[in-house]
Ligand binder design. Structure first.
Ligand code: F6P
Length: 328
């Protein structure tokens, strides 16, 4: 199996953490142990790669982390890694510690760094998509997205109880600086009257029309889901515009924030993390490099890091249409 000559693999998590990252670390470490490859755990993402913050991991080091949120390797957004000096130090550290290949678990920023590192050093690099934003091309789902979406649905169900009691319109802001995946899926699952996405052009005027129509049809309370990067404005801005336009509406805003990034990973996230972790190791041992492992149509698939970061993964517009039909 291991004709690649790889004897030691480094693994790190970088960027925004996501539930299921620990399950992916566990899968990487155990797949390496299975294939007689050593693993160097790299702490604090690329910052730790530059600083040489490493610790040897074995199959027992990753016991009881499968169901834990966060990342035992910790994470960071490291500006220094985006300088050639920073990367040169990281490459020196990898050579000094005999790390033959690197697995990076993260999102778009992580893979941008990984791709440059791979190009500059020739060291085989493999990405595992971990991001609640779900915005990477080359996989149906990123690790953490399913859990985060379920967290949002649970929160919105609770908000709906109080919205109904008080006949209020709630504007719930969810994460997604550039991506509307969480907003769209959670919006459908929680029965939102309107979903405002970064990928869509909904204006406050259109939103007003939707709210007026729903009032006329007898609705006394509503939930509007707003992705944080929505073009039409933030949840606070939209709520203020709507309240200014119609002072009779009793509006409230709830920004869910970082609670969406925490918590125990769902069954789905644990399974895809486990599958991608094993396939990441086996892909490297088969000689793959500068690629991201993903799962497309239930099959492990490798996509070049360049494609993963430059091509967009967009929310399904038909789901937006369905959400609008069902919000009648
Ligand atoms: O994990 C992705 C993401 O949640 C974005 O949707 C959000 O804008 C960003 O991370 C915020 O992360 P941080 O507060 O860690 O910079």
């Amino acid at each position: 199996m291991n004709s690649s000559g790889i004897k030691r693999i480094g693994v790190l998590t970088s960027g925004g953490d996501a539930p299921g990252m620990n399950a992916a670390i566990r899968a990487v470490v155990r797949a390496c142990a299975f294939h007689n490859v050593e693993v160097e755990g790299i702490f604090q993402g690329y910052a730790g790669l530059i600083a040489g913050d490493f610790k040897r991991l074995n199959e027992r080091s990753v016991a009881r982390i499968l169901g834990r949120g966060g990342t035992i390797l910790k994470s960071s957004r490291c500006k220094e890694f985006f300088t050639s000096e920073g990367r040169a130090t990281a490459i020196e550290q990898m050579k000094k510690h005999h790390i033959d290949a690197l697995i990076t678990i993260g999102g778009n920023g992580t893979f941008t760094g990984a791709h440059i590192l791979s190009q500059e050093s020739g060291i085989p690099v493999m990405g595992i998509p971990g991001s609640i934003d779900n915005d990477l091309y080359g996989t149906d789902h990123c690790i953490g997205f399913d859990t985060a979406t379920n967290t949002v649905v649970d929160a919105v169900d609770k908000i709906r109880d109080t919205a109904t009691s008080h006949n209020r319109i709630f504007f719930v802001e969810v994460m997604g600086r550039n991506s509307g995946f969480i907003a769209l899926k959670a919006g459908i699952a929680a029965g939102a009257i309107a979903i405002v996405l970064p990928e869509d052009e909904m204006t406050s005027e259109e939103l007003m029309q939707i709210l007026r129509a729903s009032e006329e049809s007898g609705k006394s309370s509503s939930i509007v889901i707003v992705a944080e990067g929505a073009k039409g404005g933030t949840a606070y801005e939209l709520a203020n515009k709507v309240a200014a336009e119609n002072p009779d509406y009793d509006t409230r805003v709830s920004v869910l924030g970082h609670l969406q990034r925490g918590g125990a990973p769902s069954c789905y996230d644990r399974v895809i993390s486990s599958r991608m972790g094993v396939a990441a190791v086996e892909g490297l041992l088969q000689g793959r490099k500068d690629v991201m492992i993903g799962i497309v149509n239930d099959r492990e698939t490798y996509t070049s890091l360049e494609e993963a970061i430059t091509r967009a993964n967009l929310p399904n517009r038909d789901e937006l249409r369905i959400a609008r039909i069902l919000a009648i």
